[in-house]
Design a protein around this ligand. Sequence first.
Ligand SMILES: Nc1ncnc2c1ncn2[C@@H]1O[C@H](COP(=O)(O)OP(=O)(O)OP(=O)(O)O)[C@@H](O)[C@H]1O
Length: 245
Amino acid sequence: MSSKPAEMILNINQLRFAWQKDAPVMSVDNLQVARGERVFLQGVSGSGKSTLLSLIGGVAVAQAGELSVLGQDLTGMSAKQRDRFRAEHLGLIFQQFNLIPYLSGLENVLLTGRFSKARSVTETQAKQLLSELGIDEALAKSPVTALSIGQQQRVAAARALAGNPELIIADEPTSALDADTRDSYLALLFEQCQTHGSSLLFVSHDQSLASRFDRTVKVAEIIQWSDDRDTQSRELKATAEVTQA
Ligand SMILES: Nc1ncnc2c1ncn2[C@@H]1O[C@H](COP(=O)(O)OP(=O)(O)OP(=O)(O)O)[C@@H](O)[C@H]1O
């Protein structure tokens, strides 16, 4: 009996990226994530985890190579197209939560639907999601600046999960949580991914979490940084060509 090949949600090939001219060039030759897969991304500080997530989230753009999410190459999209794609298909939980400070947690979650109709949730659904993450109604209605860092982290997770995006990208999302809160947070994240067939790419320094994931990817095995001047000038030439195209 032949089983159906897994559908790839993320596909990276020969990707090259530099933060700026004369900066080291980051290379990722190959990385794939299947639909529904939960991947733990592990690497030392400065190895490029956040840079990689910024590229996958379409916040930064590679100068060469392919980075496809759901079969669509982000490197060929305009900034506007990337913004739209991100709003419709990605759930981002970044270290700096990017919550709107003058809104409540509930309003921050409801905001997801303002950027993508497909991901709009009702107030009841938003409250339910927040409550599953331990944010009760009173907290949900407080301005996010009045919440603790751990509570803001959970509001950011609720916002990322709203409307069931196909790919959830989480950068150190549990760093401010105590062990019990972290466990219920992870349980909810996994449950949401399983129910909706979402894939999860999760960065954490807490290696004890790795065994809960389907697979661990070691950054040192997939990301190379090059300071070499020749390689750099070749890559930056490619950058200029791509930028002018
Ligand atoms: N916005 C930026 N502009 C310029 N350089 C950057 C920027 N963000 C990261 N870098 C550089 O890219 C390299 C990788 O950094 P990155 O933040 O991706 O590593 P990391 O593995 O996520 O680190 P950490 O675990 O400490 O968060 C570093 O040399 C860093 O200085």
